[in-house]
Design a protein around this ligand. Structure first.
Ligand code: GDP
Length: 176
């Protein structure tokens, strides 16, 4: 049988947040298990990863914005059917953090019809600790406000990258 059918559950996960926060890098870092090629990415549309979580084989279909977030015109079809949403900011750029409330949470309210959708707030680029401007505590606070799980990570060093997707998938599974 085809290996793409070897799963028990399937999840659609979205990455959203400002341009340049590292959405594509997180996806590439998670999928490829490799550290090289962290150049600015052209959008990848979506990638599939099979994962064993909580004794189940999960198929994650993870959607990236393909750069469309620059125009803030992600379409309803991008959001439709999403079971997990990863909201990403850059810990070195405060406006990417404030835009999650000012822009992206509102976008989600407009488009997302799925009430059991699990959300994860992710502060990326923590490998550049000395240049950080958004504190971990602020991240925790915002996550609480918006009912999100929370993690800080680095697509560059891959610190916590697997956890972002795995914890989201696990939580989505539990909430079913
Ligand atoms: P996107 O527009 O949100 O998809 O962002 P990209 O994935 O294209 O990343 C934007 C830039 O940030 C690129 O130059 C990446 O190499 C860089 N970048 C992404 N993640 C990290 C990270 O964890 N640490 C560092 N230092 N740079 C990163």
């Amino acid at each position: 049988s085809s290996s793409s059918n070897n799963y028990d559950l399937s999840f659609k996960i979205l990455l959203i947040g400002d341009s340049g926060v590292g959405k594509s890098s997180l996806l590439v870092s998670f999928i490829s298990n490799s550290l090289e090629d962290l150049a600015p990415t052209i959008g990848v549309d979506f990638k599939i990863k099979l994962l064993a979580v909580g004794g189940k084989r999960l198929k994650l279909t993870i959607w990236d914005t393909a750069g469309q977030e620059k125009f803030r015109t992600l379409t309803s079809s991008y959001y439709r059917g999403a079971q997990g949403i990863i909201l990403v900011y850059d810990v070195m750029r405060r406006e990417t953090f404030t835009n999650l409330s000012d822009v992206w949470a509102k976008e989600l309210d407009l488009h997302s019809t799925n009430q059991d959708c699990v959300k994860m707030l992710v502060g990326n680029k923590v490998d550049l600790e000395s240049e950080r401007v958004v504190s971990r505590e602020e991240g925790i606070e915002l996550a609480k406000e918006h009912g999100c799980l929370f993690l800080e990570c680095s697509a560059k060093t891959r610190e916590n990258v697997g956890q972002c997707f795995e914890e989201l998938a696990l939580k989505s599974q539990v909430s079913k």
